[in-house]
Structures are given as C-alpha cells and as structure tokens.
Design a protein around this ligand. Structure first.
Ligand code: SF4
Length: 351
C-alpha cells in the first residue's frame, strides 16, 4: 500500500481524523432533523453498523435547536450540515455539535463569517469545507470540474486561514470519478488538512457502490483520504457497509470477517455459490476480524486456506475444512456449512 499523505490531526468530539489515524467511516442521516426521535433512532442503527461520525442536515432554526437533544442521545460525533445561513451555524455550535460542514464563501458578509469562526474556535469545533461539483460558483461554469472544485476549495480555505482558523477538513465531490481524483490531488499538494473523500450522487446501491469503490479506492491507493463517506440513493446503513468493505479491500482497516471465495468454474463439483452466500449472510453481523476462504477445488483452495483463519476447499460432492491451513475434517457437501460455522464460532470465541 502507498504511504499515506501526511495530514494534520483534527479532533472531532474525541474522534481524531488525519495525522495517520485510522480512516474514519461516516454517513449522513436521511431523516428530518427536526424529528429528534426518528433521527436518533437512525443514528443508533448506524452506530451499530459501524458509523463513526454522523452528519445531519440543518435546514432551519427548529432543526438547529433539535441538535442539542440529538447530541445528548448519541455516542458518536455529530456534524451539522449548513448552507448559506450563518445563524444556523451559530445555533448548531450552541447546541454542542462537534463539527460544521459549511463553506464560508457561501454565508455572505465577513462579519457573519467572523462570528461563526470565533464561536467555532472557542468551542474547538472544526469546519469541513465541502465543495460539490454540482454547485460550483458561476465563475467556474464551463471550466474543468476537478480543477474548479480545487480552486473553489482553496478560496474557502483562504477565508478561514485569513481569520487564523486552521481547524479545517476538506472535501471535493463530483459525480465524475476522474474529476474528483484530480481535485484531491491538487489540494493534497497544497495543504495538509485532512481529506474527507467521497463520490457524490453516484447512483443507487449497486452502481453507486461500484462507482464509489472505484473513486474512493483510487484516491486511497494514492495515499490520500482520512475519512470516507459512500453516498448512495439508498439506506445510510448500506453506505456504512460499502465504506467498511472499501477500507477492508484496501487493507487499511479490518472490520469483521473477510470472505475470499472463488468465482467457480467447470472444476467446481459442489454448490459453492450457495455455500458462500450462506456463510456470507451468517457472518455479516460478526465483529471479529478474520479471513474465511470458500474455494471450489484444490487448484487454489489449499493456497487460500493457508492464509485464512478458516476455510473450505470443495471436492466431488464433498469438501475439506481447514483451520489455519490445516485440514481438520473432510465431509460430505451437506455437512460443510454447519462445520465451517462451528469453526468460525470457535475462532470468534478464542479471539
Ligand atoms: S478454485 Fe478451483 S473451482 Fe474455484 S475457480 Fe479456481 S479452479 Fe475453479
């Protein structure tokens, strides 16, 4: 894996992002923030799924005031997403949020920006500048999106830096993967603020998940990125699953089991697709990091089993069950699922 680009650590309500800390997983609620009970319920579900930082939209003063109750009832840092109205930012800070997502260039007169910055400083609350390719300022219309997002972000950054505020994170998201990559490269070369990485408006759960994996994965592979969000036209819980799978695939974090299974071919002589699907479903809520190999035959099965914690290699209507690369049983196909689950539970209980 590429070395990580050095960024400064930023404290978001006790969660440190940047500075070589683990890349944090985050999402955004899709409830009405004024509905405190509904919003808290969704955040709790996301916490349980592995969300480490949650953002909520703050559309009006009632939503800003709801933040206090929401903050009290959740266990992860809370970010307020604010556009245009500095009074909502001030109210969100008063309500105890841990982070603001706000573009200072969008909130008007300098005095208003100064009031927000002063209060954010007093409370130790960072500000994320979040540029979106779909809402670039008019002066960038018709220009390349990647460069334009980076220039826009630099303008917002400069406003805060001129007020001696450096508690900053930056994101630049477009629905185009190449343009988004370009934007992050430009900013990473010019500033050391932690980068929140994502692809915006990528689509539904399947296509959006793949586009996000391609874009976020590419940016992470270049060593950039301190926190990620997968945006999907779907449930926020799916966003968390995708975030975790991307970080697992990039070998940047470990979350629960990782399954290695072969694509099957003419040599496969058991229902490997069904077996892999059953095992994947059965372990999806387990939290213990482990590697499970489910392979169709002895061509690649023993090799994958050797680096897995538990594994199966299929044969003709039967299969071998492995523990740390050693065969512990050879069983008929219909007994393989129960036995691998026993091995998985044993591994979990020992770790
Ligand atoms: S492990 Fe065996 S069954 Fe699976 S794809 Fe490779 S050769 Fe085919």
């Amino acid at each position: 894996m590429t070395d990580r680009t050095a960024t400064k650590p930023i404290n978001i309500g006790g969660l440190i992002i940047g500075g070589g800390n683990p890349i944090a997983v985050q999402s955004m609620t899709n409830t009405d923030t004024r509905d405190v009970a509904g919003t808290v319920r969704q955040i709790k579900e996301l916490e349980e799924a592995g969300c480490e930082l949650i953002r909520v939209a703050v559309l009006d003063m009632e939503a800003a005031q709801a933040l206090r109750d929401i903050r009290r009832q959740i266990n992860i840092p809370l970010a307020a997403d604010i556009h245009f109205d500095y009074r909502l930012a001030l109210a969100a800070l008063d309500a105890g949020v841990n982070k603001l997502r706000l573009n200072p260039g969008n909130i008007g007169e300098k005095d208003r920006i100064m009031q927000v910055v002063k209060k954010a400083k007093e409370r130790g609350v960072p500000i994320r500048i979040g540029v979106n390719g779909g809402s670039l300022e008019k002066r960038f219309h018709g220009k390349p999106v990647g460069e334009s997002m980076a220039m826009s972000a630099l303008d917002h950054i400069k406003i805060l830096e001129d007020l001696d505020f450096g508690n900053i994170l930056v994101s630049m998201k477009s629905s185009s993967v190449p343009e988004t990559i370009r934007a992050y490269r430009i900013i990473a070369e010019s500033r050391d603020y932690p980068l929140h990485v994502g692809i915006t408006e990528p689509g539904g759960v399947f296509s959006g998940g793949i586009k996000s994996a391609a874009g976020i994965g590419a940016i992470l592979a270049m060593g950039m990125g301190d926190t990620i969000r997968v945006s999907l036209t779907g449930s926020p819980a799916d966003e968390i699953r995708y975030c975790k799978e991307i970080l697992k695939a990039m070998e940047l974090r470990r979350f629960g089991p990782e399954i290695v299974s072969c694509p099957t071919c003419g040599r496969t002589a058991i229902d490997l697709i069904g077996l892999a699907a059953r095992v994947e479903d059965a372990v999806k809520d387990k939290k213990t990091p482990m590697k499970i190999s489910i392979m169709g035959c002895s061509v690649n099965g023993p090799g994958e089993a050797a680096s897995a914690d538990v594994g199966i290699t299929g044969g003709k209507g039967r299969g071998a069950v492995y523990r740390k690369g050693i065969v512990v049983a050879t069983l008929p196909e219909e007994e393989l699922f129960d036995r691998i689950m026993r091995e998985i539970d044993l591994y979990v209980s020992e770790h």
